[in-house]
Design a protein around this ligand. Structure first.
Ligand code: SF4
Ligand code: SF4
Length: 180
């Protein structure tokens, strides 16, 4: 168990995380199928920012992937089925041979903030109905150093309205807000 040590804003928390853990810019090969999908609009922003990078990859819409999405968006089952048909693929950020996102450098993400995918800006937060929640990621220093969503927000220098706005943008990028 880790002792919470900080509830003050620390702009270096992700840098400190990178010294200890793989961070949220990394996925083990067996977990790539569960990585967040990258919508067309997000990919356009990424590509425009770094045109020379081969940064996209396509992975299968496996049953586990669909199940996970439906858990994350419990009211959007039909839209998920329409967007991610079984036996087809979806786009994700490409990883290098060590499992790190190809946009990661020793100085952090090479993408300007406005070009990063919404889930990169949102993590480790999530929204469930009216409730603002967090993923419980062992390899996330924000999760390890705080006990409550409020403390995590403070550590990252974010507020609830920013998280809700990012979540709304993510949903909108996937067309989850449109009427069926
Ligand atoms: S785009 Fe940037 S923030 Fe997102 S996973 Fe890649 S390196 Fe990390
Ligand atoms: S958000 Fe969490 S997992 Fe990602 S780099 Fe920051 S502390 Fe690490």
């Amino acid at each position: 168990m880790t002792t919470p040590i900080s509830t003050k804003t620390d702009p270096t928390v992700c840098e400190r995380c990178a010294q200890k853990y793989h961070t949220c810019c990394h996925a083990e090969p067996q977990d790539v199928e569960l990585c967040f999908p990258l919508s067309d609009s997000e990919w356009e922003k990424v590509k425009a920012a770094v045109p020379d990078m081969d940064g996209e990859n396509f992975v299968a819409n496996t049953p586990e992937f669909i199940k996970t999405l439906k858990r994350l968006f419990p009211h959007d089952g039909k839209k998920i089925d329409a967007q991610f048909p079984a036996n087809e693929t979806h786009r994700v950020l490409r990883s290098n041979e060590k499992g790190y996102c190809v946009y990661l450098t020793e100085q952090g993400c090479m993408l300007p903030r406005e070009a990063r995918p919404w889930f990169c800006l949102l993590f480790p937060f999530w929204v469930r109905g009216k409730e603002l929640t967090m993923f419980t990621a062992q390899g996330c220093l924000v999760c390890r150093e705080t006990d409550t969503v409020e403390d995590s927000l403070e550590l990252l220098g974010m507020d609830k309205s920013q998280v809700r706005e990012l979540f709304a943008l993510l949903r909108s990028a996937w067309g989850f807000d449109k009427d069926e």
